[in-house]
Design a protein around this ligand. Structure first.
Ligand code: KG4
Ligand code: ZN
Length: 334
């Protein structure tokens, strides 16, 4: 008999719910973005995010059930991302999930949002992708893993400062492109020259599987406005803005692809799974596909935050690895 799962995601500024089966068929995936609420602050405001989750959760759950043509009584397991993320935001999903599991008298499975980003590749592929190297590039994280199985991921290296998505967002703000910067910067880069500016590519020539994007961010700021410019200056002209965007994007992509190549060489693995919001970037996707490996990148709707990727819960459910009623939100990743 098929078991239907209802999964919740509230780790940052997307309220999401999805329904899937124990055979990894995604029946529905609903994402309510809060961009409109955060855009005037130029970034996610944690308190606003938590309150918006509270408002959005029930309508989003109702829509996910309706799209799957199911009722709450048909759900046999509740899944939730309980780590990592903004603690108040995570707490909304965790509390809703615990309440649902208790009232429906079904198991609760807690999953790690970062592991789910990699598992999105498994869902999209429709077949086993393990063992593989995993790269997660999002607004909060940039990390490489050795993934021996869906539930066994060992950290190979991470960023010393900003995450790649955070750098996209901050550089987007410097270029006057609004929030979130990633998609807007990618659009801007299309008409720019990636060789117009030579920006730093930190750690690219070292064997360490580490990242650093803060120097790159500062280099773009100086190239844009000069070293001693006041903070509030008008954005650059159209062509310069496009050139800065393209050159910045190229530097990030070179580093991400270079580190994946090194991770593949160092581990001897032949598969690469990439997830997280930045993997929606076309230039990154293009260059990753040139690597000498079987490369898995999910479609756009599974790259950015969603609850369908929490189908990783099926793996835990099969092992009877259920969360206790006192499950808590864990903001930290490491
Ligand atoms: O995985 P995600 O949706 O949320 C987190 O878990 O952080 O990632 C969001 C990040 C943001 O920083 C956003 O600017 C970036 O992913 N992003 C992109 C693109 N689309 C989203 N960065 C570069 N190019 C894109 N097309
Ligand atoms: Zn994410």
């Amino acid at each position: 008999m098929t078991t239907h799962f209802l999964a919740l995601e509230t780790s940052c500024d997307e309220t999401a719910a999805a329904v899937f089966t124990d055979e990894l068929h995604i029946l529905s995936s609903v994402v309510a973005s809060q961009n409109d609420l955060h855009v005037r602050f130029g970034g996610v405001v944690p308190e606003i995010a938590s309150r918006a989750h509270l408002r959005n959760l029930l309508p989003v759950i109702d829509e996910a059930l309706a799209n799957a043509k199911l009722k709450l009584a048909d759900i046999g397991c509740i899944a939730v991302h309980n780590t990592p993320g903004l603690v108040g935001a995570l707490l909304m999903g965790v509390t809703a999930a615990k309440t649902l599991a208790y009232s429906l008298d079904v198991p609760l499975v807690a999953v790690n949002h970062i592991a789910s980003h990699i598992y999105a590749c498994r869902i999209a592929a429709g077949r086993d992708i393990f063992p593989c190297v995993g790269l997660v590039v999002s607004g909060g994280h940039t990390a490489l893993f050795r993934c021996d199985s869906p539930l066994s991921m060992t950290l190979l290296g991470t960023t010393r400062d900003d995450a790649a998505g955070e750098a996209f967002d901050k550089v987007g703000a410097v270029l006057g492109l609004g929030f979130p910067g990633g998609p807007a910067l990618e659009r801007e880069a299309r008409t720019g020259d990636p060789k117009a500016f030579t920006f730093p590519r930190s750690f690219l020539d070292s064997p360490q599987l580490e990242f650093s994007f803060s120097g790159l961010k500062t280099a773009v700021l100086y190239a844009c406005h000069g070293q001693n410019a006041p903070k509030m200056v008008p954005p650059p002209t159209d062509q310069k803005r496009a050139d800065l965007a393209a050159s910045f994007q190229e530097a990030v992509v070179d580093v991400l692809v270079g580190k994946c190549r090194q991770a593949l060489q160092q581990t001897g693995l032949k598969r690469l799974a990439v997830g997280g919001g930045v993997s929606a970037n076309q230039r990154l996707r293009e260059k990753l596909l040139t690597l000498d490996a079987e490369v898995f990148i999910p479609p756009m709707n599974l790259c950015t935050d969603n609850a369908a990727m929490a189908a990783l819960a099926v793996e835990k459910w099969k092992l009877g690895d259920f969360a206790p009623p006192e499950l808590d939100a864990q903001p930290n990743f490491l």
